[in-house]
Design a protein. Structure first.
Lengths: 842, 264
């Protein structure tokens, strides 16, 4: 009890101190609680919302998925439309609805087909068996009236009253229809959906019945009814208990959310570990500052146990306060986010889910982490000999004698880390064991760094200081002295910072490699300014008149039309494409492993790398392609990487025609003529193809923009996740500096007495932040880039690995700037020190 | 007038006094200086109308009972603290009304300090501590002068050590070297020997004494120790924030005597 009373007295004396020690934990707890709120909310949203099965359905019959190979010409098998009437006659059935569905091409009036995948679905727009809810406009009623999901309409920039052209198939005619309503569809199912009443939908290509919804009469057990329905539909489709189906769907979603939760937990764990390191460093400072006080307590008879207990009690209290504040912060942020999202989206309906148990768990975790982090500092703090109360003891780190031990430990860990990294590189299989090896190697490397950090950092800080020595004189010197004086303290804070920076750097390396790889892939698969392809993959391809019309365009420079068919060598099958490379020289720029693309021509074949490997063929070898009994023997001229535009087998069109005389033209590539630009070409092509809904015009730039959008969002999310660790670390530096300012009041006072201006005192602290930031940036960026490259190489994720040097420099500068901001408060406080404070002893 | 003034009339004054009136240059001066801490009921008049000249090239000791205002007087003279009323000037510069910036610059260029404890920055070596004021001013140390001080103070072998590796006496000698290296108008020392044993204390005082004699340095030292005070040319006595007399050419006995009378 006395222990607790002394803690409370301490807290009452310096309430801010309690918060300061727990600040890093506060941030980490806020993140942990936020993670929990986020996944809970997401889960609840899915549960309440939209499982894709309307609420009125008791039984759902889904059309049997056609077996592989069955699809080819007959189209997907649907349910018998008459089934609905027969099911309706079953006892206990209140109502039935057949849902029709079919693919369709969609175009704006007078345009070519939209590149997205579109389908027409039938719905009644009313009653309990409807899946689509009208958000705006009125339900389509007559022929020529449809509804669009809001997502789809937003993407195309369409609204109620607009007209669009729908084409149900390659051989069907265009229908111009009016959008009369925007609807809310089932969760994650609305991106390309046209909804219409039964008759209209059937006319627009929703020919097959994909699903039958059955409502039960009151009091009828769904399981029982499901059995009856199942008997009736056996063979055609599968009957599900709707309740069960909803549960299954939900379970699927929840599983994916659980994966998200696991992922988030990893980052939460990182943040917590970082917070623990920061808290330990903070406590070490606090303990050092109380050295005299502790010694005095020991002089008057306090046992070591009592000293430790009081420190741990203080840590627990600090953790509790930080945890509660963190949880409250997360809750407030959650409310704010939900309010924001509600403004943008009307689906899904979001309600912040707060599980009290979870929040209590987070607070408990905060307390635990803080107490655990405080154990070592508390124990070593309690070791103060009572006589220390008598002498003035300047704060100096203890434990510098263990340098050798540190080197040995660091050496061992580094060797282990290097070995694992080498193993991962040697296998480079991209499977889970490889990833585990990389991850373990990373952890060992962190351990090695942690062991050697005090030594490495003091060298690094000295080096950095030497590099910038002409910039500041005394303030810099003082800062260097301060950094070097407490190697362990410096090491702890810098290490956490470096960890954060390393993760940020790794993410950036990943993103930039992804971008470079996609760029290369796009360049490979879409080597032209414009690519024209058929709207219906199974249709007749691009008509010869269209090709000649495109060739004749004055704005078009290089133009080539390639044919395709599926062919094989032995049992290795793949897409064979017939392209006249001489018509389109840019195609020859692809990445080649063997031979040369310029050598392609009649009698020659190019192979996609994977196919070449599977066949064991090299440039100069001969191979025989076969298709439906026809054979062509060709010489391998090149092995290349970008399969998108050339196919698995790149042939000359004449050879392809010999293999498959009915091969269709499936791709036309166009580049602008020398005195025209891409926009002029695009305008000319749009004019030439106006109203042709059989073809899709794509510019690689569009895809590039779409990818950019996705990658931007993904990058932001990833950076947000790893950013928490950086934030914890920055808070840690701020805390450490604040405490140091208190610790160095006398020194600051002395400097002021000797004639250092206020700004000079502030500058010393700013320099210290810069040294922290600089060291962390150097270590973190090096390690992060290294491990980023290692992971990407070992996992063979991307074809190109690109290091974003500029971004990394920005990261380093940003970190330093962030730390300067964090040091601003302490710096101001330090500069307010009066010279007289140098003379005050306690 | 008090008996102490009679006392110094009885003693032969230093050579520069003519008929008992000091004519030496004035290095620092206070006129009717008052310093009040706190307000209302709790107000403490630490200094209450002190008018005093500090002679240039002399060693002045300030003595008095605890709480008499010695440290406060020194802080006001050295530009470390501001006066509540009255005037303070140092080397001809009026301190009252100077901004923090100007005061800082004045301390840097024209004042040296030796405190009782905590004189050195722990992260700097002895050499760096000594040249700190010069570096703050962006000046190059006069290497002859630096070498001389360092040799006389017996620090030549210790320059690369950090304060934690030096004895208390060595640390104080480093502080003295730092105070002298800029050749300031006045060196202020507040109980510089308070933490030292008598041998180190005497060494330090001997050096302060010879810096006055050999280099003409002006020194003001606050002390409780009559023996320390006997190294000075003149002892100024304070009691309750007011001047309570002075002794020229003090001896430990005369000082002890005067203090006893003050206490009575
Ligand atoms: N910062 C302060 N706030 C309030 N009162 C103060 C402060 N500093 C000094 N005093 C008071 O002013 C008076 C003079 O203090 P000062 O430190 O000058 O005495 P001193 O002669 O140096 O004493 P000592 O020999 O004990 O060092 C004392 O009564 C003291 O209590
Ligand atoms: Mg005093």
């Amino acid at each position: 009890m006395t222990v607790f009373r002394s803690v409370l007295a301490e807290v009452r004396q310096r309430p801010a101190r309690l918060l300061l020690t727990g600040l890093a934990v506060l941030v980490a707890t806020a993140f942990a609680a936020g993670t929990l709120l986020f996944t809970d909310t997401l889960r609840a949203t899915v549960r309440d919302g939209v499982s894709g099965v309307p609420e009125g359905a008791a039984v759902v019959v889904d059309a049997r998925h056609p077996a592989a190979g069955e699809t080819a010409e007959g189209g997907p098998e649907g349910l018998d439309p008459a089934l609905a009437t027969r099911v309706a006659e079953l006892p206990g059935v209140a109502d039935t609805r057949a849902v029709r569905e079919g693919p369709v091409a969609l175009a704006r009036t007078g345009g070519t087909a939209d590149p997205g995948y579109w389908r027409v679905v039938s719905d009644s727009f009313q009653g309990s068996l409807s899946s689509y809810q009208i958000l705006r406009g009125s339900a389509p009623s007559g022929p020529g009236e449809v509804a669009l999901t809001r997502e789809a309409a937003d993407r195309l920039g369409l609204g109620v009253g607009d007209r669009v052209v729908l084409r149900p198939g390659a051989d069907a005619a265009d229908r111009e229809v009016t959008v009369t309503a925007l609807t809310l569809g089932p969760f994650l199912e609305g991106s390309g959906t046209v909804v219409a009443p039964d008759d209209t939908a059937a006319e627009l290509g929703a020919r097959s019945v994909s699903r039958l919804l059955v409502a039960a009469q009151p009091g009828v057990a769904p399981a029982e009814l499901t059995k009856h329905v199942a008997n009736l539909v056996s063979g055609q489709g599968k009957a599900h208990d709707a309740g069960q189906l909803r549960q299954e769907r939900l379970a699927e979603h929840v599983r994916s959310f659980d994966q998200v939760l696991v992922l988030l937990s990893i980052f939460t764990g990182m943040a917590m570990v970082s917070a623990a390191i920061v808290v330990a460093a903070t406590f070490r400072i606090v303990v050092a500052q109380r050295r005299r006080q502790t010694a005095l307590l020991r002089c008057v008879g306090a046992g070591r146990g009592q000293v430790v207990a009081s420190l741990l009690a203080e840590a627990a209290l600090s953790g509790l306060v930080a945890g509660v504040l963190g949880a409250v912060l997360a809750w407030l942020l959650g409310q704010g986010t939900v309010a924001l999202v509600r403004n943008w989206l009307d689906q899904p309906q979001l309600h912040l889910q707060v599980s009290l148990g979870g929040l209590v768990l987070c607070v408990g975790l905060a307390v635990l982490v803080t107490v655990l982090a405080a154990v070592l500092p508390a124990v070593s703090g309690s070791r103060v000999p009572p006589v220390a109360a008598l002498g003035a003891a300047p704060t100096v780190d203890v434990g510098q004698g263990v340098t050798r031990l540190r080197w040995v430990l660091a050496g061992l860990l580094a060797t282990g880390s290097g070995g694992l990294a080498a193993l991962a590189l040697a296998t480079s299989r991209g499977d889970l064991p490889t990833l585990t090896a990389v991850a373990c190697s990373g952890m060992l490397a962190f351990g090695a760094l942690a062991a050697a950090a005090p030594i490495i950092l003091s060298r690094l800080a000295r080096l950095l200081a030497w590099l910038v020595q002409d910039l500041g004189k005394i303030p810099l010197r003082v800062a260097v002295g301060n950094v070097l004086r407490m190697p362990r303290r410096t090491a702890a804070t810098t290490l956490v910072l470096a960890l954060g920076v390393a993760m940020v750097s790794a993410v950036l390396v990943g993103v930039s490699s992804a971008r470079a790889s996609v760029d290369e892939q796009l360049a490979g698969s879409r080597p032209a300014a414009l690519v024209i392809s058929p709207a219906f993959p199974d249709g007749p391809g691009i008509a010869p008149e269209v090709v000649s019309e495109l060739r004749a365009l004055p704005a078009a420079g290089y133009v080539t039309a390639s044919t395709e068919t599926r062919a094989g060598v032995g049992d290795v099958r793949g897409l064979a494409r017939g392209t006249e490379l001489s018509e389109f020289p840019p195609l020859r720029r692809g990445v080649v492993y063997e031979g040369a693309l310029t050598d392609l021509g009649p009698g020659r074949v190019g192979l996609y790398k994977d196919v070449a490997e599977r066949l064991g063929k090299h440039a100069g070898d001969q191979l025989t392609l076969h298709k439906d009994g026809r054979r062509v023997t060709l010489t391998v001229a090149a092995v290349y990487r970008n399969a998108g535009s050339l196919g698995s087998f790149a042939l000359n069109p004449t050879d392809l025609a010999a293999l498959d005389p009915s091969a269709r033209v499936t791709r036309v590539l166009l580049d602008p003529a020398p005195n025209h630009d891409r926009n002029q070409l695009r305008a000319a092509v749009d004019r030439a193809l106006a109203g042709n809904t059989n073809v899709v015009v794509q510019a690689p730039g569009d895809e590039r923009a779409a990818f950019e959008e996705i990658s931007r969002v993904a990058t932001l999310i990833a950076l947000g996740l790893v950013g928490i660790t950086v934030l914890v670390a920055v808070v840690g530096v701020g805390t450490t500096l604040s405490l140091s300012v208190v610790e160095r009041t006398q020194e600051s006072g002395l400097l002021r007495a000797l004639g250092l201006q206020r700004a000079g005192v502030a500058a010393a602290l700013a320099w210290e932040a810069v040294l922290f930031g600089g060291s962390a940036a150097v270590l973190g960026i090096t390690a992060g880039t290294g491990y980023g490259v290692l992971t990407l190489t070992a996992m063979s994720v991307f074809e190109v690995i690109a290091i974003p040097y500029e971004q990394l420099v920005v990261v380093a500068l940003g970190l330093v700037a962030l730390l300067l901001v964090a040091s601003a408060g302490p710096a101001r406080r330090a500069s307010r020190t009066t010279p007289l404070q140098a003379l005050a002893t306690e | 007038m008090s008996s102490e003034q009679r006392l110094d009339a009885a003693r032969p004054a230093p050579s520069s006094t003519v008929a008992g009136v000091p004519t030496a240059r004035v290095a620092a001066r206070t006129v009717d200086l008052a310093k009040v801490y706190g307000r209302g009921e709790a107000a403490v008049r630490a200094l209450d109308g002190v008018t005093l000249d500090i002679h240039a090239g002399r060693f002045t000791a300030v003595m008095g009972p605890s709480g008499s205002g010695k440290s406060t007087l020194m802080h006001c003279l050295a530009g470390l603290d501001d006066a509540t009323s009255g005037q303070v000037s140092l080397g001809g510069t009026e301190l009252t009304g100077l901004s923090d910036r100007e005061l800082t610059k004045l301390r840097r260029d024209r004042v040296g300090f030796v405190f009782q404890a905590f004189n050195l920055l722990p992260q700097l070596t002895a050499q760096e501590n000594i040249t700190l004021p010069l570096e703050l001013a962006g000046r190059q140390p006069d290497s002859g002068w630096l070498a001389e001080i360092v040799t006389v103070l017996g620090l030549a072998q210790r320059l690369r050590h950090r304060p934690a590796e030096l004895s208390g006496g060595q640390q104080q000698r480093v502080a003295v070297a730092r105070a002298l290296v800029t050749r300031p108008d006045v060196v202020f020392a507040d109980e510089p020997t308070g933490n030292l044993d008598s041998r180190s204390g005497n060494e330090l005082l001997g050096f302060l004494r010879s810096s006055v004699q050999d280099y003409g340095q002006t020194i003001v030292m606050v002390t409780h120790d009559p023996v320390a005070a006997s190294y000075a040319d003149r002892v100024v006595l304070l009691a309750d924030g007011q001047l309570a007399g002075e002794i020229y050419r003090p001896t430990p006995d005369s000082v002890l005597d005067a203090l006893k009378r003050l206490g009575a």
